[in-house]
Design a protein around this ligand. Structure first.
Ligand SMILES: Cc1ncc(COP(=O)(O)O)c(C=O)c1O
Length: 365
């Protein structure tokens, strides 16, 4: 069998090839490539998908996070609570504004442990950033309550959670702002970089529209020093095509993961769990294993590629050495970094490929 890689983006393209190609040609022939009717239509359709009043397209997920905290006025001297075991971009969105991340340990579902939030709140705390990691909605009930009780802003990093729900409500609609990435490997992936924010606030949506375009509402009238971070017409058009098929794409991945959950049996491997009331859209299928590095090598030898999301937690990265947080400060986060492994999962994964992965995992000793 051909090597099984962790993700196969080509399969997702070929599934709807004609629709993608027709849209690409339509955009190419339109003569309009930045901030036009495709972006406007996508923003409307994406807001409806998430269940918010507004969505604003931006250049990528990191910019969505950066602009979110900037629009909320969070910066120098402010603290933001965020889970320790996230992708580093979540943290960069905070620190690019001059604010300080305060790391919270994750729960058994890999999301922020809501029971550990209140002990970290100080008079500098201004916001909580929840990350719906690997595609599972975080425990939003208590998180929303804590934000209300302590008058904190709530930002959601939904880069891995498009369409995930908590008690029937979509992620990205709980907080002041939801931040999305459309990096090609995401469940709603573009064919290049892309991102968006979602919000119910017209003021926030307008501020981010201004900030993404050099701080101008009206051409050449610049109110503040903004950035250039726009979702382009081509990506927006192609995202509109994929958005129409999200239910089908999600179902296909769910079926693969249900098979993994039912058929992987090995005492050395811990399978992911889904919280009651939360849905998982399976951006990644993340297992845990004490001998993770040996398992990774073993799978590689069998022609199965895997990825570690993520081997170095942000607090131990060189980039955040300045925070002075030592190894051992976040034992659960650090243990996850040493044991997690994402196994192959993608739309268009064949039944034979799934069986091969399952058999290899079951024969690991
Ligand atoms: C949790 C999380 N946050 C933020 C990002 C940043 O998104 P982007 O790569 O589009 O900047 C990503 C993805 O890369 C992510 O997985």
């Amino acid at each position: 069998m051909e090597k099984i890689v962790p993700n196969r983006l080509d399969r997702g393209f070929f599934k709807y090839q004609k629709e993608f190609e027709d849209k690409a040609i339509e955009v190419l022939r339109s003569g309009w490539y930045i901030l036009g009717k495709e972006v406007e239509a996508f923003e409307e359709e994406f807001a409806a998908y998430v269940g918010t009043k507004y969505s604003v397209g931006v250049g990528n997920g990191l910019d969505a996070l950066y602009l979110a905290f900037r629009a909320l006025g969070i910066g120098e001297g402010d603290e933001v609570l965020v889970q320790g075991n996230t992708y580093i971009a979540s943290v960069m969105g905070i620190t690019m504004n001059g604010a300080t991340p305060v790391f919270i340990e994750p729960d058994e579902y890999f999301n922020i442990d809501a029971s550990k939030l209140e002990e970290k709140i100080t008079d500098k705390t201004k916001a909580i950033l929840v990350v719906h990691l690997y595609g599972q909605a975080s425990n939003m009930g208590p998180v929303v309550e804590i934000c209300k009780k302590h008058n904190l802003k709530l930002v959601e990093d939904c880069a891995q959670g498009h369409g995930a729900k908590f008690n029937g409500k979509s992620v990205g609609s709980f907080g002041d702002i939801g931040c999305f990435s459309f990096y090609p490997s995401k469940n709603l992936g573009a064919f290049g970089d892309g991102g968006a924010i979602t919000t119910d606030s017209k003021e926030i949506a307008d501020t981010i529209k201004m900030l993404r375009n050099y701080g101008s509402e009206k051409r050449y009238h610049n109110k503040v020093v903004g950035v250039n971070s726009r979702l382009d017409e081509m990506q927006a058009g192609l995202l509109r095509v994929r958005l129409k098929h999200m239910a089908e794409l999600e179902q296909e991945k769910r079926e693969i993961c249900e098979r993994y959950l039912a058929e992987i049996h090995n005492d050395l491997i811990k399978l992911p769990k889904t919280r009651e009331g939360a849905t998982h859209i399976w951006h990644q299928f993340v297992i845990r294993c004490e001998s993770r590095d040996r398992l990774k090598d073993y799978l590689e030898e069998k022609g199965i590629g895997t990825i570690i999301h993520y081997p170095i937690p942000p607090h131990l990265s060189e980039a955040y050495a300045y925070l002075g947080i030592k190894k051992g400060a976040l034992p659960i986060t650090e243990e996850y970094a040493e044991t997690v492994l994402s196994i192959p999962l993608y739309n268009g994964m064949t039944s034979e490929e799934q069986s091969y992965v399952i058999e290899a995992l079951n024969s690991y000793v």
